[in-house]
Design a protein around this ligand. Structure first.
Ligand code: SF4
Ligand code: SF4
Length: 332
């Protein structure tokens, strides 16, 4: 999906830009979170990135109310038709984005207390490159660079491919992308052409189980990963291990077999990630419910022990490089 601004320039819709990150690629990096994702995993920790368009989140505890403040409504050109609304006790309600909304975000800019937050800001290529370049001394010292993730960056693959190409050709910066990789192969090829390291998720090896969990089957995902390996992409695989959902030894062995047979020497590392209940506050801001609100995971000690057991099982049976978590140093 390609986005343009009012001047017709291509833009990326970005929910967050994190500097000095160390988890998504080697060294110190600047990470750009693209908006839009084709999956619907119930444990999603970045739910504000799922829908492919900007959204306004609400934080009622930071809002002074319409009577005392009301700047959002005063600035909104829609007047009484504004989607910004309050209940009878003057509490800010979730914003339901409607077609009439002009996307001016004057409401967010006018808010003095943090009651409103814009999830998904537009950036032109020049703005993105300037941001990518500002920490280059850190990249040079640590072997770091720029990472594009999301959401799923492949939802904005045209912009991502151009951005990573400019990072390479203009700025000479190392590039990494993290993606769910559910996309046509030619889109993937366009982005991989300018990617030094690709991080792909495999959540379940069984397609029916994958569909039940994440809303989509996994054939295309696995085909794309095998293709990326075949053309020599350096690959990190990630599996968020969620007890009771995808943590069976059968599933982990199935993923290990796929990695051995279809990724082989292109694998840099397989990371088993611990489940954490994150993203609840962001979902609240959007007026949506956390799908796993009743789920009580085992203690963090038990989850850590389980991951270590699975790691040891895979290492001894398959001889694959497995890490628990994403903190470990990646080879450059
Ligand atoms: S983005 Fe603009 S039109 Fe939409 S609610 Fe805010 S001020 Fe009103
Ligand atoms: S401008 Fe912000 S603080 Fe003021 S009423 Fe609107 S949401 Fe609340």
């Amino acid at each position: 999906m390609e986005h343009t601004n009012r001047d017709g320039q291509p833009v990326a819709i970005i929910t967050d830009i994190q500097r000095y990150t160390i988890h998504d690629g080697p060294g110190i990096r600047t990470e750009f979170f693209f908006k839009g994702c084709p999956l619907s995993c119930p444990w999603c920790s970045n739910p504000e990135t799922v829908r492919p368009y900007p959204e306004i989140g609400v934080y009622p505890t930071k809002c002074m109310g319409k009577q005392k403040c009301g700047w959002c409504l005063k600035e909104c050109p829609l007047g009484n038709d504004s989607p910004i609304a309050f209940d009878s006790d003057d509490n800010l309600l979730p914003v339901i984005m409607r077609d009439e909304c002009k996307g001016c975000y004057k409401c967010v800019d006018a808010c003095p207390g943090g009651g409103l937050k814009l999830w998904g800001k537009s950036y032109t290529m020049d703005e993105m490159l300037k941001l990518a370049n500002q920490d280059r001394s850190f990249y040079e010292r640590t072997g770091g660079g720029v990472t594009v993730s999301g959401g799923d960056v492949m939802m904005q693959w045209e912009f991502a491919a151009d951005f990573l190409r400019e990072c390479h050709e203009q700025l000479h910066i190392n590039t990494c992308m993290e993606t769910e990789v559910l996309c046509p192969q030619e889109h993937l090829d366009a982005v991989l052409a300018h990617t030094d390291l690709a991080i792909f998720d495999i959540k379940h090896i069984d397609s029916a189980a994958h569909r039940k969990l994440c809303g989509v089957p996994n054939e295309r995902i696995l085909e794309n990963i095998a293709h990326a390996a075949k053309i020599g992409t350096r690959i990190v695989i990630r599996t968020p291990v969620v007890p009771g959902y995808n943590d069976s030894e059968e599933n982990i062995r199935g993923i290990a077999s796929f990695i051995r047979d279809s990724i082989g020497g292109s694998l840099v590392q397989w990371q088993l990630l611990m489940f954490r209940k994150l993203g609840v506050e962001k979902l609240d801001s959007l007026g949506r419910e956390y799908q796993m609100s009743d789920y009580e995971p085992p203690s963090s000690e038990d989850r850590q022990a389980q991951l270590e057991k699975l790691r040891d099982m895979v290492s001894s049976e398959y001889g694959i490089e497995v890490a628990v978590g994403s903190d470990g140093k990646l080879p450059l």
